[in-house]
Design a protein around this ligand. Structure first.
Ligand code: IDP
Ligand code: MG
Length: 149
């Protein structure tokens, strides 16, 4: 079982797409284990996107992420990190496969609706950064119909 950090970015919140994004992950069979709607400080935004500090788009990215509330979440499931990245689609919506969140709901690289951790290390780092400890999972009656367990 794996966990990933997911965020509906300010464009997704403003456009009323929080439910749509949650719904897509729920319907895949992933399990929501933490969620909070929050406004992001510059400090948190800069830390979260630390790997991009030297990139030309970094200041604009930090301005964007702090421009309105985001929906921060932790999702759990088998291969959750890769499944979420596939469900999100490519970073640039113009290159995203039809059927993905970014292809279906977005058309600009800077307004691409959703963030998802890109690997186990970034998932652990981002969950710690945004939530600290996230408690144990919980059972759902449908689990055995989703994962066979
Ligand atoms: P990811 O969100 O698919 O993991 P990253 O390369 O980690 O993509 O970039 C983080 C975010 O920064 C992207 O989701 C996008 O919003 C923004 N971004 C990345 N590259 C560019 C760019 O070349 N121009 C403008 N924004 C960018
Ligand atoms: Mg990334």
């Amino acid at each position: 079982m794996e966990r990933s950090f997911v965020m509906v970015k300010p464009d997704g919140v403003q456009r009323g797409l929080v439910g749509e994004v949650i719904s897509r992950f729920e319907r895949r069979g992933l399990k929501l284990v933490a969620a909070k709607l929050m406004t992001v400080s510059r400090e948190l935004a800069e830390e979260h996107y630390g790997e991009h500090k030297a990139k030309p788009f970094f200041p604009g990215l930090v301005n964007f992420i702090t421009s309105g509330p985001v929906m921060a979440m932790v999702w759990e499931g088998p291969n959750a990190i890769a499944m979420i990245r596939k469900t999100m689609g490519a970073t640039n919506p113009a290159n995203a496969e039809p059927g993905t969140i970014r292809a279906d709901l977005a058309c600009d690289m800077s307004f691409n609706i959703v963030h998802g951790s890109d690997g186990p290390e970034s998932a652990a780092r981002e969950i710690g950064l945004w939530f600290g400890e996230v408690g144990a999972s919980y059972e759902k009656a449908v689990d055995k119909w989703v994962t066979g367990k």
